[in-house]
Design a protein around this ligand. Structure first.
Ligand code: NDP
Length: 311
């Protein structure tokens, strides 16, 4: 039976660590980091995500600036709001909730955010910095996955890592981060052949596809670490249920460690958004960063060391 990687607990500790840092900054400097969220339209899932992000921002002691816009807003108006937030010194992070309505170019909007405030790590400059080993703002979900992996392994050097999925927000940056951590990385996508063989060789399997339970336990290398990013809504016994891209029941018989869905990667994503906001704040003020963020990846490690000291 696998070790269950408790992302919920890790994320809670990370949020507590961030809250402590924010409290110290507030006491010593009389200011707090601020995160602006922009939600366009009425997508119910996006509304829940933005509400949770704003709530956890406030719980960490940061300022939250919520902008809820009508789906009919023009691209020019949205770009105008982003320009205002770029110039606002109380705002250190800007998050535009995706997807955007079809008449607005997500690329244009994301690339209009000041890269120093791009706490999602999606701006083309941050993507380029990540790819070239410079200190980037790292995308939240892959950053959260790396923290969980670092906690599991310490060093990832030389591990065979398979990332299934190549989206700009999860798969590609995840692969870059694993590469930066000296893994041998394979990226699979819908046209990949022999996925089962690739899976069987992987010491680390990161699933980021969005297909319920597509990987059975029989495909997993015994003792491997499985990070399941997928979030899929299915019906089980007539009830709506969340499952990952991996068949958890059979996989947990074989894997050495596995993230559950829910309670694995998901909670880490928001915690890393808060961490990125704190990092952006510290960089804007020339203060030491909370945990050595940047490509050394040790955004994760720094936090883990802090936890070890604290516990
Ligand atoms: P995308 O739809 O953007 O990308 C999915 C990727 O999966 C694509 O690269 C696609 O390949 C690949 N793919 C599709 N079918 C197959 C297949 N049969 N075999 C191998 N690869 C396949 O999704 P995201 O990256 O945005 O999200 C992936 C999952 O992660 C979703 O379930 C999403 O809900 C979840 N998610 C969870 C987060 C969290 O916080 N836990 C955060 C973000 C996402 P191709 O490029 O060839 O089309």
């Amino acid at each position: 039976m696998s070790r269950i990687i408790d992302g919920k607990l890790f994320a809670q500790r990370l949020r507590e660590f961030i809250g402590q840092q924010v409290a110290i900054i507030k006491t010593e400097h009389g200011v707090v980091p601020g995160l602006a969220t922009i939600l366009v339209g009425q997508n119910p899932a996006s509304e829940v995500y933005v509400r949770n992000k704003a709530r956890q921002t406030v719980e960490a002691g940061m300022a939250s600036f919520k902008h809820t816009l009508d789906a009919t807003i023009s691209q020019a108006e949205l770009l105008g709001l982003i320009a205002e937030l770029n110039a606002n010194e109380d705002v250190h992070g800007i998050l535009v909730q995706l997807p955007l309505p079809a008449h607005i170019s997500a690329e244009r909007v994301i690339n209009a955010i000041d890269p120093r405030k791009d706490v999602d790590g999606f701006h083309v400059s941050n993507v380029g910095m990540l790819g070239t080993g410079q200190p980037a703002m790292l995308p939240c979900t892959p950053l959260g996955c790396m923290m969980l992996l670092r906690e599991q392994f310490g060093s990832l050097t030389g591990k065979n890592a398979l990332v299934v999925g190549r989206s700009n927000i999860v798969g590609k940056p995840m692969a870059q981060l694993l590469l930066a951590d000296d893994c041998t990385v394979t990226i699979a996508h819908r046209y990949s052949e022999n996925l089962e063989e690739h899976c069987r060789r992987a010491d680390i399997l990161v699933m980021a596809v969005g297909k319920p339970q597509m990987i059975p336990g029989t495909w997993i290398k015994p003792g491997a670490t499985v990070i399941d990013v997928g979030i899929n809504r299915i019906e089980r016994n007539g009830k709506p249920t969340l499952v990952g891209d991996v068949d958890f029941t059979s996989a947990s018989e074989v894997a050495g460690a596995i993230t559950p869905v829910p309670g694995g990667v998901g909670p880490m994503t928001i915690a890393c958004l808060l961490l990125n906001t704190l990092t952006a704040f510290c960089r804007s003020k020339g203060m030491p960063e909370p945990a050595n963020s940047g490509l050394e990846l040790v955004n994760g490690i720094g936090v883990i060391q802090e936890f070890k000291k604290a516990s």
